[in-house]
Design a protein around this ligand. Structure first.
Ligand code: NAD
Length: 233
């Protein structure tokens, strides 16, 4: 059966995506050939994106973060747009994403569970005031609140737990889905990768350029670009 036929039979689709969903928008993923982890740094990206590093080397954290994690120029691609269209048509229950770039909302998606948070929310650790991603991008050195407090992006750093409500919503959506499309994720970052286990529906589909540990369990596997596949439907 083709992807198109499967989709025509389903009306509670959930999309579970990772960094590969945004590579066609020009944002590098982490583990591909040209991903961030293959570039050379004195300190590994995993260390720089950890909570320990944020508090102990705040200025260095922000230098890396502004340089690599804030692609505010990026625009939604055909995958983001198609998912927003399905939600408007009442075919898609939710998007569950490991991405922090906000491109699903930029494309018009409303129900988006951002397991790893978003660069678009930033909070003063002293008074709780909220700041935009643009404010962080424009700041120099360590971004400070007007009260003097340190501002932290609401992204889940290595070593931090996921947000409970977001996890609950994502798990509920996946367990209610009749079709789960997993795309653009190496399925190596836990606990997010384990969420697929809650799926109980009809069709499990994987769209990922490279093989993943899930390939053998899917009803359909496409080793293609997710924007091209969804855009071509
Ligand atoms: P990953 O880098 O581990 O894996 C990305 C996967 O996507 C790879 O298997 C690759 O083959 C595939 N891929 C790349 N481009 C693709 C395309 N156009 N179509 C289909 N498949 C494609 O990414 P991950 O599993 O999401 O884990 C990395 C972590 O890094 C996540 O937790 C995420 O939060 C974070 N991250 C986010 C962004 C972002 O917000 N855009 C970018 C980089 C990393």
């Amino acid at each position: 059966m083709t992807l198109k036929e499967m989709i025509s039979q389903c009306k509670r689709i959930v999309f579970f995506g990772g960094a590969g969903v945004s590579t066609e928008s020009g944002i590098p993923d982490f583990r591909s050939e040209d991903g961030l982890y293959r570039q050379k740094y004195d300190v590994s990206p995993e260390t720089m994106l950890s909570d320990g590093y944020f508090y102990s080397h705040t200025e260095d954290f922000y230098r890396f973060y502004r340089d690599k994690m804030l692609p505010l120029w990026a625009k939604p691609n055909a995958a983001h747009k198609k998912l927003a269209e399905w939600e408007r048509e009442g075919k898609l229950l939710a998007v569950v994403t490991q991405n922090i770039d906000g491109l699903h909302q930029a494309a018009g998606s409303k129900r988006v569970y951002e397991l790893h948070g978003s660069v678009h929310r930033n909070t003063c650790l002293k008074c709780g005031k909220k700041y935009s991603a643009e404010y962080i991008a424009r700041s120099e050195g360590i971004p400070r609140c007007e009260c003097g407090g340190l501002i932290k992006p609401d992204v889940v750093l290595y070593g931090e737990p996921l947000d409970g409500e977001t996890v609950q919503g994502a798990v509920r959506a996946i367990s209610e889905a009749d079709m789960l499309i997993v795309a653009g994720t190496s399925l190596t970052v836990y606990p997010a990768a384990g969420f697929v286990e809650y799926f109980n529906g009809k069709y499990l589909v994987l769209i990922n350029r490279d093989p993943t540990p899930l390939d053998g369990r899917c009803d359909l596997v496409l080793h293609e670009k997710v924007g091209e596949v969804l855009g071509g439907l």
